[in-house]
Design a protein around this ligand. Structure first.
Ligand code: COM
Length: 520
């Protein structure tokens, strides 16, 4: 189906995407200016954030880009199975947490777990997700003038040739951005009905889970387990190591992690750390998960299991034709210009491995585009601001206190609540999003810490559990990691919009000017 210059409206895109996703439109949907032939400056193999943003920038720089995508929409897994549903569930988790904790107080009725349905929320998401999908296609075709083929598998032939939609396309460069999927662990029983990963959970859930086991100890495990438990459904996490100690959150501050994990315990999330799943059992459907714990074997009954066991790259569309260098986990290795080991072949997005975050996908795609267009551009993604959700927002940037103490002789911290106060002894840091907890259950308002190198007076790390500070961390990260960083005195000179959830500015002001900085 040729939609080039058809000017499809949002509603028309939505209908087309829905029909394609239901299998009623099977033909490729093509938005190509055929008058310009089939040769491009770059072909982006994969139309997720990396491909979409890369193509937009390449276009802005005067180049001709083609994006090839198997799904009927651009934007990739984010709006389909990953970030967008995750944020819907996390917002629900926050609301449900409050409804459970305050049941029978204020305007809250008794908490009815039957009213909080996991299935209902998944169905709500499934029924509405083509809205964001349509926006991506509409924006890409209309506002950004990106050429693309969606609803078609692509096969890479060589470093300059790709087949898709029964056509052959050529380009000066390829950008591989085919994403990643869950790495299924070698445990018996993972193919039983009732065993899901984050993607199949969205696609296939058709019953209300009543006992849940989540396998894994990193972000996805913590986020989804928190949501499930917040609906009132008994939920146990089985993690090989300590929760949140590996992968993306490897740099999480110890006190931040403690507050997060204690908060999950407080909310009755079952935590089996340092434990290994030996088998998932059941006739046809999952019935139980067998686990080896530090205290011996355990059997946990479950009718729903979520595998949150890490990711593996989708290399199948290109690896035979382009055997690019990869790391020990199979992720494609690139230099800071997103160049793979094969000349004129770049890679971007989740294909590059952790952190599997949006900023990395978008920026790696745009970095590749700039270099392809001859603008030297580097992207170093090791130093990142990061976040996750439990029933809270958890955000951090820069160094943990432990890392700062290893790097500097004299480290001070500004912490709320301060270490000398027990949980609940103070309602602070209450702010927007935690005011009601501040006056009812003060131990639930959150936690925050600013880490300062006292010699240079530079802020080197910021850490936050609460609500509403995630936005600020985008800017805080920029400020602390720019050349010269930001000192406690400069931070204290900013104008806070009181009562903002990140107390950093106000507390830095309390210490600014202090000749010998001390912790508080
Ligand atoms: C966001 C998808 S959901 S994209 O990054 O805008 O393509």
């Amino acid at each position: 189906m040729d939609v080039h210059r058809a000017g499809l409206t949002m509603a028309q895109w939505r209908q087309l995407i829905d029909e394609a996703y239901r299998g009623q439109v099977t033909e490729p949907i093509t938005n190509i200016d055929d008058s310009r032939g089939s040769h491009f400056d770059a072909i982006f193999v994969g139309g997720g954030s990396a491909g979409r943003f890369g193509a937009a920038v390449l276009r802005s720089l005067g180049g001709r880009a083609l994006v090839l995508e198997r799904w009927p929409f651009l934007g990739g897994s984010c709006p389909h199975q990953a970030c967008v549903p995750h944020h819907l569930f996390s917002e629900a988790a926050k609301e449900l947490d409050q409804a459970q904790a305050l049941a029978g107080r204020l305007w809250y009725g008794e908490f009815d777990p039957k009213a909080a349905s996991i299935l209902e929320l998944v169905e709500l998401f499934r029924s509405q997700r083509s809205g964001p999908h349509a926006h991506m296609n509409w924006q890409s075709a209309g506002q950004l003038d990106i050429e693309f083929v969606v609803n078609a598998e692509a096969t890479v032939v060589d470093a300059s040739t790709v087949h898709a939609a029964g056509r052959t396309f050529t380009a000066g460069a390829l950008v591989l951005c085919t994403g990643a999927r869950t790495a299924i662990p070698p445990v018996p029983g993972t193919s039983l009905a009732g065993v899901f990963d984050y993607a199949s959970f969205i696609e296939n859930l058709n019953y209300e889970p009543s006992r849940i086991v989540v396998i894994g100890g990193s972000k996805i495990a913590v986020e989804y387990a928190s949501f499930y438990r917040a609906t009132g459904t008994p939920t146990t996490i089985v993690s090989r190591g300590a929760l949140l100690s590996t992968g993306g959150p490897g740099r999480m501050d110890d006190d931040l992690r403690r507050f997060v994990v204690d908060g999950m315990r407080l909310r009755d999330v079952g935590l089996l750390e340092h434990s290994t799943v030996t088998r998932i059992t059941g006739e046809h459907r999952v019935e139980a998960v067998e686990v080896t714990t530090l205290d011996g074997p355990r059997r946990i009954e479950a009718d729903f299991v979520l595998l949150a066991t890490g990711e593996q790259p989708n290399v199948e569309p290109f690896i035979d034709a382009l055997p690019v260098a990869r790391d020990a986990d199979g992720f494609v290795t690139v230099d800071s210009r997103m160049r793979t080991s094969i000349p004129h072949v770049y890679a971007a997005g989740d294909l590059l491995g952790p952190p599997l975050e949006m900023f990395k996908s978008r920026r790696s795609g745009t970095t590749a585009a700039r270099n392809i267009m001859g603008t030297d551009s580097e992207f170093h993604y090791a130093d990142i601001p990061d976040f996750l959700h439990t029933t809270y927002e958890v955000t951090w940037a820069g160094l943990s206190e432990r890392e700062a103490r290893a790097a500097f002789d004299d480290v001070v911290t500004i912490q709320v609540p301060p270490p000398e106060l027990a949980p609940g002894e103070t309602p602070l840091p209450m702010a927007e999003g935690s005011m009601i907890y501040g006056f009812t259950l003060p131990e639930r308002t959150g936690f925050q810490k600013c880490v300062v190198d006292a010699r240079s007076r530079r802020v080197v790390g910021v850490h936050h559990v609460g609500y509403g500070a995630k936005d600020a961390f985008q800017y805080l990260h920029y400020l602390i990691s720019r050349p010269g960083g930001i000192t406690v005195d400069e931070l204290g000179d900013m104008n806070e919009l009181y009562i903002s959830p990140d107390y950093f500015i106000g507390y830095a002001r309390l210490r600014s000017g202090q000749a010998e900085l001390t912790s508080m």
